[in-house]
Design a protein around this ligand. Structure first.
Ligand code: AMP
Ligand code: MN
Ligand code: MN
Ligand code: MN
Length: 275
């Protein structure tokens, strides 16, 4: 089966509308697809309708921004109920923080000699309640500040760089409990991306498991092939189910296209084992 359980639409920082994203997934042979926009569920209804018309099985998802011990981590929720009031109000609280953060990013960049980036970023954000660093990055590339999104992140938008504004996202426990309250499964997104020491990674995963987390992404567009093996081992060690997802954002911005990554190692229990 070709299963892709992580991607983004214009409801957050993807480049394709939900229905365009589903059409692309279908064309790539994806049979089960989850849309996992950052901190919001507003793209799910459109994506589901399109998926039904294309014979793709659709899974409601979300990717929640979390602050754990001072680091930003992402927790994916799968098979959530997008109408659940606990989940909805939790996500709304994170989105509110994004607006102020974006204003502060604009001020920080202006102080570093890059004017008008907040207004510029807004023109790239189709969902006005979800403005992200990706939208700043696209604007800054357009103004000629850097050749591509990747380098603009490295020069301006990551910790220690002029446009980075520290932000407090949801707590790990809250994010997992919102997902579970809505009937969903909590999965650690791209665990290889956090620059944790071995000790930190273990502490993080143990806490995630203790608060009800169930899975981790093993095969993701954010992992190298070596990391597939590393996190397969960790999935076995912690008893986590394993997920596969491209984290596709759009042409030119993602390493993996929808549904094109390798399969999970055969001995892992996939997150979809009982679907
Ligand atoms: P935010 O949630 O506003 O902090 O934005 C995070 C998003 O920025 C991620 O979901 C990625 O889509 C994108 N991103 C983060 N780091 C990088 C990077 N180094 N290069 C390109 N995109 C990145
Ligand atoms: Mn993103
Ligand atoms: Mn992520
Ligand atoms: Mn993502």
């Amino acid at each position: 089966m070709n299963i892709d359980l992580h991607c983004h639409s214009t409801a957050s920082d993807g480049l394709l509308k939900p229905e365009e994203l589903v059409a692309r997934a279908a064309a790539n042979g994806v049979e089960i697809l989850a849309l996992t926009d950052h901190d919001g569920v507003s793209g799910l209804a459109e994506a589901r309708t399109k998926a039904e018309s294309q014979g793709v099985r659709f899974v409601d998802g979300v990717e929640i921004s979390v602050t754990w011990e001072g680091s930003t981590v992402h927790i994916v929720g799968l098979q959530i109920d997008p109408e659940d009031p606990v989940l909805r109000s939790g996500l709304e609280s994170i989105r509110e923080g994004r607006a102020t953060r974006a204003e502060k990013m604009g001020e920080a960049l202006a102080a570093a000699g890059v004017p008008d980036s907040f207004a510029g970023a807004k023109t790239y954000a189709e969902n006005p309640s979800l403005i992200s660093r990706s939208h700043f990055a696209r604007h800054l590339v357009k103004t000629g500040l850097a050749p591509d999104v990747k380098s603009v992140f490295q020069r301006y938008l990551v910790k220690g760089k002029p446009g980075f504004v520290p932000h407090q996202w949801a707590s790990l426990g809250d994010a997992v409990s919102w997902i579970r309250a809505s009937g969903g499964i909590a999965v650690v997104a791209h665990p290889g991306r956090y620059n944790f020491s071995k000790l930190e990674l273990h502490a993080f995963l143990a806490e995630f498991r203790d608060c009800g987390g169930a899975g981790i992404e093993v095969v993701t567009g954010s992992h190298s092939p070596e990391q597939y093996f590393e996190f397969a081992r960790i999935a076995r060690e912690f008893g986590f189910t394993a997920s596969r997802g491209s984290d596709y954002h759009g042409k030119g911005e993602s390493r993996a296209d929808l549904g094109t990554l390798p399969q999970l190692p055969y001995d892992l229990k996939p997150v979809w084992h009982d679907w």
